[in-house]
Design a protein. Structure first.
Lengths: 335, 331, 309
C-alpha cells in the first residue's frame, strides 16, 4: 500500500473550543491510484488533504496514524515533515492562483526550493523540469517569467509541475480545476493522469466538489460529509451503484447534459450540513436523510459491503447483513 | 512602464503648478498686508511720507501691477530662480539665502532618512519573526513615533549638552571658526551635526520598524509563503521572500513619509539653531519676510517632487510588476 | 505594488502598513465577537485605559489649578513643589496649569483636525470610490498632490499670513491638509466593497444608492475607518504641537507646543529648567502612544489574521 491513513482526526482551535474538522477517517491508497475526495464545503476534505502535507499551525491532530510507503509520516511534527514535503508528499494548493510569489521569477523559485532540499545534481532536475514543461505544452521561457505574467491556467499547471518535480509518492491536488474553464479543466485533468502514468507521481488525492471531474480522472472516490467518510469505492461503482443516501442524493442532483429544465427538475438536498462545533450524535446525515431510522442515532461503522466498497450507513450495512444471511440460508437449503 | 512614468511626471508637474499657485495665492488671499507691516517698521510720522514709502515698496516688490500680471511675474521669478530680495536680511537675495542653508538641511535629511529606513526595515523584519524581539521593538517603536519632534530634540539637546556635555547644541559649527576646508572646521561641522541628525533619525526609525514589522507579518501569512512552506522550503527562504515582497509597499511609504520628515527637520533645526532651511523658515516667520517664506516653500516643494521621482525610479527597478506593465492591466 | 497597502494612514505617524482591502473588509461580523476579543486584547485595553486617564486629566486638571494658565504669577522660576506642582517658568506662568490646559487644547485640536479630515475625506472618498471614472481620477490626482506637499510647510505658509490664530482655525487647517489619508482609505474600501455580492443584491432589489451606502457599505468600512481616524487624531496632535512650537498657534491659550516654544526661546536648556520642557512633551508622547497601542489592539480585534493565537 502506498498511502495508509488510520483513524485520523484533525481539529482547529477557536475561542469556542476545539472544532473537529476531520473525525476518525481511515482509507488506503494503492500505488498508482488516484483517489478522488469529494464533499461539500466544510466537509473536511480540504482539511485532511492539506493536513497530510502541511498542518496549518492553527490546527492539531487528535489522533491517528499516517503511513506513506511503509514509513510513518509525522504530520504533526513540522520540523520532521520539512524534508518529506515535496519529496514524499506534495501539495497543489487551493490557492494556486496566488501561490507563486510576485517578486521572483518562476525559475528562481524552483531553484531556491531545490537548494532548500539540498538536491544534488540540480542540473539534472532542471533538465527534467524542462522536459515536463514541454510535455504539457509550456515553453521553458516560463521559468524566466513572473507569476503575474501567466494566465490562470498556466499558473495552475506550473504549480502542478513544481509540486510534482521531485516525484513525490503522494500528490494532494486541492481543487485544481475549480478556477478554470472547461477545456483547461480537461487539460489539467489529463496532465494529472499523464503524470501518474509516467510515474512522476506515485499516487494522488484529488480534492474537489465537482464529481464529474472525478468521474474522468479518479480510480476511486471517497465521499466525505461533515468531517466523516460516508462512502468509498472504485469510480465505476460509485457512479453506477452508489449506496450511501448522501452519495445517491449528490449524484441525483447533478444536471445531465442535454436534459432541459422542463423535462427534469433539478433536485437538491434539503437542509444544511450540521455545525461541527456541536455535531449531532450518531450519523451526521440523519437529519437530512430520507431513510433515517432509530438506529441512526448511533455512529455507523465504516463497513465493507463488497471488495473495495465501504459505506458508513446503518441501512446499507443492515441490508447487506440480511442479504448475506439470506444467501447463506439459500446455499444451505440448496445443499 | 512608460505609461507609469508619464502619469507620474504629469502628476509632479501638476503638483508643482498647484504648489506655486498656492504659494503665490495665499498671501494675496490672506488678510494682512506685507507692505504695511514693512512700512510700519519705519515708524513714519506723516501720512504723505507713509503713502510715498508704501508706493515705493509696493513698486519694488512688484505689487503695483494687476493681479494676473503679478502671478505671471511670480512664475517668471520661479523659473529663472529669482525670488526677489529678502526682508529679514536686506541685501541678500532669497535664492542665495536658500542655497547657503541648503547643504545643512540636506546633510541632516539624507543620511537620517536613508539610515533610519534601512535600519528600521531590518529591525522590523527581525521583530516580525522573533517574539521576544517583537515585544520590545513594538512598544519602543511606537514610543518613538509618538514623540513630538520638538520635544525629542529638546530632550536630546538637554541630555547631550548641558547635562553630559558631550555635544554642542547650537549652530552649524563653532562660531569662532572661519569656514575653511580643514579638519578643524570639518570636525566642528560634524560635531554640531550629530545631535540634530540623531533626533531626525530616531523618530523616523520607529515608524519604519513598525511598518516593516506589520508588512512582514502580513507577508509571512501570505498564500505564497504558505505554498513555499508546503513545499518544504526552509523558514529562511520563506522569510527572504516575505521581506522582498514587503519592501515594495515600504518603498511607496517612503515617498509618503517625506513630508513628515521635512516637518520634523524644520523643528529640529530650530531647536538646535542649526543653519538649515528650517531655521530659515523660522526666521522668515519671525521677521514677517514673506518673500523668503514663499521662496523656501517653492524650493521645498520642488525638492520633494524630485525625491518622489527618484523613489519612483527606484521602484521601477525593484518591482517587476511596474517594470513589465502588462497591456491594459493595472500596475 | 498593491495600492491598498500603500494607503498607509496618517502622515506624522508613518506607514504602519495596515493591510487594507480584502483582508480587512470581510462580511458583516457578529458584535459579540468584537466585544469578546476586544476586552481580551491587552494592547487595546492598555491603550484605552491610558488614554482615558489622560482625558480625565485634561478635563479635571485645569479645575484643580490655582492660577489660570496665562496669568503671570509673582513667582517665576520655581522648582516643582507643593506650591506649584510643576513649577513655574521664566515669566511666572504656572506650569501645571499650562500643562493641563495645554492637554485640553491638544485634544480639541486633535479632535477638530481628525473630525474635519474625516468629514472631507469620507465625503470625497465615497464619491470617488462609488462613481469611479473621471471623478475618481481627479480625486486621486488631488490627493497625490496634497500628500506630496509637506503638511507642516503648507501650514506654515498658510498660518504665517493669518492675523487671527484660533484653535478652530488650527484644527480645521490641519484637517484640510490631512484629509487625503482618509479619502484614500475610504476610496479603496468603497471600491472593493462596491462590487461585493450583497451590494449587487441591494442594487438588484432596487434600493437607492444612499441606502446602499449607509446600510451595506458603511458598516463594513467602519472598522477600518475607525482605525484611520484614530491615527489621524494622534497625528493631528503632533502636527499641532510642531505648529504651535513655531509660534504660529494661538498665543492667548496655553498649548503644549507653545510651552515648548517658550522654553526653547528662553534657553531653558542651558538653565537646566527641565520641569519646563520635559513634562509637556512627555505627556503628549503618552497621549499619542496610548492611541497607537490601542490602534494596534483594535486592528488585531478587527483583523483575525493579526491575532496571536
Amino acid at each position: 500500500m502506498s498511502v495508509s491513513v488510520e483513524n485520523l482526526s484533525v481539529a482547529y482551535r477557536s475561542h469556542r473550543g476545539d472544532v473537529t474538522a476531520v473525525d476518525n477517517v481511515s482509507f488506503a491508497i494503492a500505488d498508482g491510484e488516484i483517489m478522488g475526495l469529494a464533499g461539500e464545503s466544510g466537509s473536511g476534505k480540504s482539511t485532511i488533504g492539506n493536513a497530510l502535507v502541511y498542518l496549518d499551525p492553527r490546527m492539531k491532530t487528535l489522533g491517528g496514524k499516517v503511513t506513506v510507503d511503509g514509513k510513518d509520516l509525522p504530520i504533526s511534527n513540522n520540523n520532521a515533515m520539512r524534508s518529506r514535503r515535496m519529496t514524499e508528499v506534495s501539495l497543489v494548493p487551493q490557492y494556486a492562483m496566488s501561490a507563486l510569489t510576485p517578486t521572483r521569477k518562476i525559475g528562481r523559485m524552483i531553484n531556491d526550493l531545490l537548494r532548500s532540499h539540498r538536491v544534488k545534481d540540480r542540473d539534472q532536475v532542471l533538465a527534467e523540469l524542462k522536459r515536463r514543461l514541454e510535455l504539457i505544452g509550456l515553453k521553458d521561457d516560463v521559468l524566466g517569467k513572473y507569476s503575474f505574467e501567466l494566465s490562470g491556467g498556466m499558473r495552475q499547471r506550473v504549480t502542478i509541475i513544481m509540486s510534482s518535480l521531485l516525484n513525490p509518492s503522494l500528490l494532494v491536488a486541492d481543487e485544481v480545476t475549480s478556477a478554470l474553464d472547461v477545456s483547461t479543466q480537461r487539460a489539467v485533468g489529463e496532465m494529472l493522469l499523464e503524470f501518474r502514468d509516467r510515474g512522476y507521481i506515485k499516487s494522488a488525492i484529488a480534492i474537489t466538489h465537482d464529481l464529474s471531474i472525478l468521474a474522468q480522472i479518479a480510480d476511486s472516490i471517497a465521499i466525505m460529509y461533515a468531517g466523516r467518510l460516508a462512502e468509498r469505492a472504485p469510480t465505476s461503482v460509485i457512479v453506477d451503484n452508489p449506496l450511501h443516501p448522501y452519495t445517491q442524493a449528490l449524484l441525483a442532483s447533478l444536471p445531465a447534459v442535454g436534459v432541459r429544465h422542463d423535462q427534469v427538475t433539478l433536485t437538491g438536498i434539503p437542509g444544511r450540513p450540521p455545525s461541527l462545533v456541536n455535531p449531532p450524535s450518531g450519523c451526521r446525515f440523519r437529519e437530512r436523510c430520507p431513510f433515517a431510522f432509530a438506529k441512526c442515532t448511533q455512529t455507523p461503522p465504516f463497513s465493507e459491503i463488497s471488495p473495495g466498497h465501504t459505506v458508513a450507513c446503518w441501512k446499507v450495512s443492515d441490508e447487506h447483513a440480511a442479504a448475506g444471511a439470506g444467501q447463506g440460508l439459500s446455499v444451505k437449503e440448496q445443499a | 512602464m512608460r505609461r507609469y512614468l508619464t502619469r507620474k511626471i504629469f502628476t509632479y508637474l501638476l503638483a508643482f503648478f498647484v504648489g506655486v499657485t498656492i504659494d503665490w495665492g495665499i498671501p494675496h488671499l490672506m488678510p494682512g498686508d506685507p507692505i504695511q507691516g514693512l512700512v510700519s517698521r519705519f515708524n513714519v510720522g506723516s501720512s504723505a511720507a507713509y503713502s510715498a514709502l508704501y508706493t515705493q515698496f509696493a513698486k519694488s516688490f512688484g505689487l503695483d501691477v494687476p493681479l494676473w500680471q503679478q502671478y505671471l511675474n511670480f512664475w517668471k521669478g520661479v523659473l529663472t530662480g529669482d525670488m526677489g530680495g529678502s526682508i529679514y536680511a536686506p541685501g541678500a537675495t532669497v535664492t542665495s539665502l536658500i542655497f547657503s542653508a541648503l547643504p545643512y538641511t540636506l546633510a541632516l535629511l539624507v543620511p537620517s532618512i536613508l539610515l533610519s529606513y534601512v535600519l528600521g526595515n531590518r529591525l522590523g523584519a527581525a521583530a516580525a519573526r522573533r517574539k521576544y524581539l517583537d515585544n520590545s521593538v513594538l512598544p519602543f517603536g511606537y514610543l518613538l513615533q509618538a514623540m513630538p519632534y520638538p520635544w525629542l530634540a529638546l530632550v536630546i539637546a538637554y541630555l547631550f549638552g548641558p547635562v553630559w556635555h558631550l555635544f554642542p547644541i547650537a549652530y552649524g559649527y563653532d562660531q569662532g571658526l572661519v569656514p575653511h576646508f580643514d579638519w578643524a572646521f570639518i570636525s566642528s561641522l560634524l560635531y554640531h551635526w550629530f545631535l540634530p541628525f540623531l533626533t531626525v533619525f530616531l523618530v523616523s526609525l520607529g515608524g519604519w520598524a513598525i511598518g516593516m514589522r506589520n508588512l512582514v507579518i502580513y507577508e509571512l501569512e501570505n498564500d505564497s509563503s504558505r505554498y513555499l512552506r508546503a513545499l518544504g522550503a526552509s523558514e529562511r527562504v520563506v522569510r527572504g521572500y516575505a521581506y522582498r515582497n514587503a519592501s515594495l509597499p515600504q518603498l511607496s511609504g517612503l515617498a509618503l513619509a517625506l513630508g513628515v520628515v521635512i516637518g520634523g527637520n524644520i523643528v529640529t533645526e530650530i531647536v538646535f539653531n542649526y543653519p538649515g532651511l528650517g531655521n530659515l523658515i523660522f526666521k522668515a516667520i519671525s521677521n514677517q519676510d514673506f518673500f523668503l517664506l514663499q521662496g523656501i516653500f517653492i524650493f521645498v516643494v520642488f525638492g520633494v517632487l524630485i525625491a518622489n521621482f527618484i523613489i519612483d525610479l527606484v521602484f521601477i527597478a525593484v518591482d517587476p510588476r511596474t517594470r513589465l506593465s502588462m497591456q491594459g492591466a493595472a500596475a | 505594488m498593491s495600492e491598498s497597502i500603500s494607503a498607509a494612514p496618517a502622515p506624522e505617524v508613518a506607514a504602519t502598513g495596515l493591510p487594507v482591502g480584502p483582508a480587512t473588509a470581510t462580511g458583516p461580523r457578529k458584535r459579540n465577537d468584537f466585544l469578546y476579543y476586544g476586552l481580551r486584547n491587552k494592547k487595546l485595553v492598555f491603550g484605552l485605559s491610558l488614554e482615558l486617564v489622560l482625558v480625565l486629566v485634561a478635563v479635571i486638571g485645569p479645575m484643580l489649578a490655582k492660577y489660570p494658565p496665562m496669568e503671570i504669577t509673582p513667582f517665576p522660576l520655581q522648582h516643582p513643589g507643593s506650591k506649584f506642582w510643576l513649577g513655574t517658568d521664566l515669566t511666572g506662568y504656572d506650569l501645571y496649569s499650562q500643562l493641563t490646559s495645554g492637554l485640553r487644547t491638544s485634544y480639541l485640536v486633535g479632535a477638530l483636525g481628525a473630525g474635519c479630515a474625516a468629514l472631507v475625506g469620507m465625503a470625497l472618498g465615497f464619491i470617488a470610490g462609488w462613481r469611479g471614472g473621471l471623478l475618481d481620477e481627479l480625486l486621486q490626482l488631488l490627493t497625490n498632490i496634497i500628500v506630496m506637499i509637506p503638511s507642516l510647510v503648507l501650514l506654515v505658509v498658510i498660518g504665517g499670513y493669518l492675523s487671527s490664530k484660533s484653535i478652530l482655525f488650527e484644527g480645521v487647517f490641519i484637517g484640510l491638509t490631512t484629509w487625503p489619508w482618509v479619502a484614500r482609505a475610504v476610496r479603496a474600501q468603497t471600491f472593493s466593497l462596491r462590487s461585493r455580492e450583497y451590494v449587487d443584491l441591494a442594487r438588484l432589489s432596487g434600493k437607492r444608492p444612499v441606502w446602499i451606502v449607509v446600510r451595506e457599505i458603511a458598516p463594513n468600512m467602519a472598522s477600518y475607518l475607525f482605525l484611520v481616524v484614530i491615527l489621524l487624531f494622534g497625528s493631528s496632535m503632533l502636527l499641532a504641537a510642531s505648529y504651535d512650537f513655531l509660534g504660529l498657534g494661538p498665543s492667548n491659550t496655553a498649548s503644549l507646543g507653545w510651552t515648548l516654544n517658550q522654553a526653547q526661546q528662553s534657553a531653558a536648556l542651558n538653565y537646566h529648567l527641565w520641569w519646563w520642557f520635559i513634562p509637556p512633551g512627555a505627556v503628549l508622547t503618552l497621549m499619542v502612544f496610548a492611541l497607537l497601542i490601542a490602534n494596534v489592539g483594535l486592528d488585531e480585534v478587527f483583523n483575525p489574521k493579526l491575532r496571536e493565537q
